[in-house]
Design a protein around this ligand. Structure first.
Ligand code: M6R
Length: 373
């Protein structure tokens, strides 16, 4: 079943172009996203939505964090994101016309499921019919799909490795479809913009293939981690949640302690950690925030930190600051960039885990589906 792959995680990383194709199938045309793919009730519900509240755990939560940036930036819809275990044990004030988006690969995560039940209960008790829910899951007929008003499946196929890879990527694809559908129904998105997003999503399988071609280069860089116990990931904008996701993956499969920070927070504490032994992984796409990020990296350089920069082919941070560089593919847009850069981080974490000799597919103390809190 593994074919040429040593681990399921590796196989699943390489299945991502196909997983994206399968997730888009029948849901998108050349220049449009089909709102009807969200089900018969969707258009009516989407019309009345005034804010989004995303609830999830772990990697699925990171997909939600990326979405918050997209929702507010691209269609101007207020969006908050919260981990399920926090949401369920506080007394949230929920406004009418909130769309709750529950994200879960398994659809069985105890905290996410309990949060959904709480939302359903709140709606009943407060008589707020405008509160609605959408579950984004990879497993059809899972508990989360049964109890939500709408369900949308990621067609990632079975994910065996405990580390979430292709499910994260396909969650982001679905979230981009949701964003576009909401924007369209509420007239917050021009036809041109919709067509650009649809075009970008169609290019995604290829962009992912191009990212996967960097594997050897990334494997060489992973040697740097052979004797490391700590690492720091930095990013700004949507690359901050991608940095968080990189840090989670590194912890989970290589047992290296990793933290992620928005690069602008460096001076507020983590800069004290930097010395010549500290690897710092920076995600540096060619975007409006690049100049800001560069000055953060200069600060790391001045303290001798070992920098690994993932940058665009067209930028040249390497000559100014960096230690090791991976030049990523060009033409990555607002939606496709976080997805593409994350692929590079998946490869890095996988190869570091190989060097550390851990059980990549079954990391200690973890389960694929967290059905108890
Ligand atoms: O099945 P879910 O998406 O609800 O799972 C949530 C987390 O347990 C999961 O994403 C976890 O963080 C992954 N193992 C990370 O790779």
């Amino acid at each position: 079943e593994l074919g040429e792959h040593r681990h399921y995680m590796h196989k699943e990383i390489f299945e991502q172009p196909q997983a994206v194709i399968d997730t888009l199938e029948g849901r998108i045309t050349q220049d449009q996203v089909l709102v009807s793919s969200f089900g018969p009730k969707a258009e009516q519900i989407f019309k009345t939505v005034e804010q989004i509240h995303i609830i999830a755990c772990g990697t699925s939560y990171h997909a939600g964090m990326v979405t918050k940036y997209w929702m507010e930036d691209i269609i101007g819809l207020p969006c908050q994101v919260e981990v399920a275990s926090e949401f369920r044990y506080r007394n949230p004030v929920i406004l009418d016309n909130t769309l709750f988006v529950m994200i879960s690969q398994s659809g069985e995560t105890a905290d996410t499921l309990a949060a959904l039940h709480q939302i359903n209960h709140y709606r009943k008790v407060h008589d707020l019919d405008g509160i609605t829910s959408l579950s984004i899951c990879n497993v059809a007929e899972s508990s989360l799909t049964r109890d939500a008003d709408m369900t949308y499946l990621t067609h990632a196929g079975p994910e065996i490795g405990v580390a979430s890879t292709k499910s994260f990527t396909t969650q982001l694809v679905v979230l981009a479809l949701l964003l576009t559908s909401l924007g369209k129904v509420q007239k917050r998105l021009s036809k041109e913009r919709e067509s650009m997003i649809a075009g970008g999503l169609q290019k995604l399988p290829n962009l992912i293939r191009m990212a996967l071609e960097h594997e050897e280069e990334i494997r060489d860089i992973s040697q740097l981690f052979a004797d490391k116990q700590h690492a720091l990931f930095l990013g700004r904008g949507t690359m901050f949640p991608i940095a968080l996701e990189g840090a989670l993956k590194l912890k989970e499969i290589s047992y290296i302690h990793a933290e992620a920070y928005p690069a602008g927070e460096l001076k507020h504490g983590p800069l004290a950690l930097i010395d010549e032994t500290m690897p710092v992984i920076a995600i540096a796409p060619l975007d409006d925030l690049l100049e800001k990020l560069k000055s953060n990296l200069q600060e790391v350089k001045a303290r001798g930190g070992q920098m690994i920069v993932f940058e665009d082919e067209r930028s040249d941070i390497s000559s100014e600051t960096s230690f090791k560089v991976v030049k990523a593919t060009t033409n990555v847009g607002r939606i496709t960039a976080p997805i593409t850069y994350n692929i590079l981080l998946q490869l890095l974490c996988y190869h570091v885990a190989l060097i550390k000799g851990t059980d990549v597919d079954q990391p200690r103390n973890l389960a694929k589906s967290v059905t108890v809190e």
